[in-house]
Every structure is written in structure tokens, then in C-alpha cells.
Design a protein around this ligand. Sequence first.
Ligand code: TMP
Length: 210
Amino acid sequence: MQNQPARGKFIVFEGIDGAGKTTQISLLTAWLKSRGRAVHTTAEPTNSTIGGIIRDALEGLTEKTACEMTALFVADRIFHNTNPVSGIRNILASGQDVICDRYYYSTLAYQGSMTDYDWVSALNLQCPDILKPDLCVFLDLKPEVSLDRIARNRSVTEIYENIDTLKKVRDQFFNVFEQLKSRDRICVIDAGGTVEEVSESIIRAVSDLF
Ligand code: TMP
């Protein structure tokens, strides 16, 4: 009988919009690969049918309540964990590391600040099909700076990309981390430094996993 490969590591990146997740995920992926690890990068919302419904709402093409958005993100997340082709569960079991751009911390911070937090939390944290990550890397940036980056880099502005929402969501991320600190491994990184400084801090946090 063949030996099962060691399970990969599951690393999630979080941050308010414009915090620099995409750049840092590429750099961490390159670093892990240079150390001989197989890495699968992914993101939420996913490219599934539900992900498409979510994206339409984020772009303001359709209108959804915070409860509807919560349910859609949770359904998308369950699919993301369990689908047999590219599901996180199977990929980790095959020995690859999974780096995911956003996960349940986002639902707890965004939707959790817009509707009943306990309900949002239970849907995510008590769902047997939603895996707990090995590490959550939170890139922390002041909303003023993140909005400036968004304005310079993108033509379409999404519904949450305004100063009041991002301030509320950033505060909520810290409330969420306080609540989850004995349950989840969370590393808060100042994303205001240079790309290289931020990357070095992330690599230090990820190295502790091995
Ligand atoms: P992105 O711009 O990082 O792709 O994220 C899309 C937007 O969706 C961003 O504004 C955050 C939001 N979002 C939530 O509100 N709840 C969630 O659970 C997730 C995954 C994203």
C-alpha cells in the first residue's frame, strides 16, 4: 500500500480591500515553491455559479441584503471546501499547500458588522464542511491608504469600497480576531511597509508552521 502524502498547509490571507493581498500571495507562493512545496492558490468568492451571483452583487448589478450575502458566501465556501475537482479538502489531502485569498474571517468582518454577528459566526464556525485554516495572515492597512490604492489601480469600485464601510470592517476584523484568538492562529501584519518588508514578515509567520 502506498503511503499517504503529509497533508498540505492551509493559509488564508485577509485584509480590507486594497491591502495588497494579491502581491503578497504571489510572493509567498514563489517562496514556498522555492522550498520545494507544491502550492495551490485560490480565492473567495470562487468562480462557481454562486461566486458569480456574489460578484454581481459586489459590483452593484443586483441588490442583496446582508443576510442574503452571508448565506451566499457560506454556500460558496462549502462548495470551495468540498467540490471533488478543486476543493480545498482534497487538495490539502494530496499534500499541496493551499493559499486562499479571503475566507470566513471576511464574512465575520464584513457581513458580521452588517447583520447578527452570532448567526454569521455560527454558520461559518459550526459548519462541518468548512475547514479551519492553519494560519490566517491579516494585512492591516488604514482605510484611507487602501482606498487610495484602489482608486489608482482599478476602474470599477465595489459596494464595500468606501471609507465608512472599510473603517467599520477593519474594526470588526480586530473584534473577530479577539474572539477567535484561542481557536485560530492569526498573524496581523502591518501592510504599510514596503512590499519586501511585508513579504519578510509573512515568510517569518509561515516558517513557524513547518
Ligand atoms: P476581493 O476584492 O478581495 O476579491 O473581495 C471581494 C469583496 O467581497 C471584498 O469587498 C470583500 C467581500 N467579501 C465579503 O464581504 N465577505 C466574504 O465572505 C468574502 C469572501 C468577501
